[in-house]
Write a protein that binds this ligand. Sequence first.
Ligand code: SAH
Length: 226
Amino acid sequence: MRIDIITCLPRLLDSPFSDSILKRAQQKGLVTVGVHDLREYANNKHRTTDDYAFGGGAGMVMMIEPIDNCITKLKSERTYDEIIYMSPDGEMLTQPVANELSLKKNLILLCGHYKGVDERVREHLITREISIGNYVLSGGELAAAVVADAVIRLLPGVLNDETSALTDSFQDGLVAPPVYTRPAEYKGWRVPEVLLSGHEAKIAQWKYEKSLERTKKRRPDILKGI
Ligand code: SAH
């Protein structure tokens, strides 16, 4: 899989991909993440990528031309399944959306900044809009990193334990059960006995019951889907 991220602040995307699981996924060749600096696609003297809003109002608007130049160049190199604009009023990122995106081959994630992008970008250049939540960030970079992380960890071979992503919260309409590790007792607080029993069927049943109990208590909204 390939994910190309278009941004006017590329340095914001340095660290999310240079550690741990996302770093290993790239080293193993399971994903290529390309970060593209919009300024390099600005044909004006000062390489500016934003301008004042027509009609006035506070805040700068990202210009269409550098974005179009960048998307056109990327599209000349390969075919993209989706060109996604990160936007607070977009489709909400959920586990099913991440699952769906993880089956794609090439994705572009476009990060806005300031007041956002010229509306004509949204009308003509992109195929989809995704929000990571009902709040406003100062830029799309962190949101793009969230989408990329949620998608990349689902790619076969990225997680060491192949079944791990399947047992995470939301995959089966339930949140994950509690987890414990050594020591079995700490300050008198004991790990549930069943987990130490070695009895696989009983452990599986316990995990399911805990998941169900937790979902009912914390997230009854997702339980309705079952
Ligand atoms: N004026 C816009 C907000 C712009 S915030 C509005 O009110 O809708 C600047 C940029 O941050 C956006 O262009 C978008 O790319 C990104 N962004 C902000 N909040 C986001 C969210 N919840 N999900 C995804 N991207 C977001």
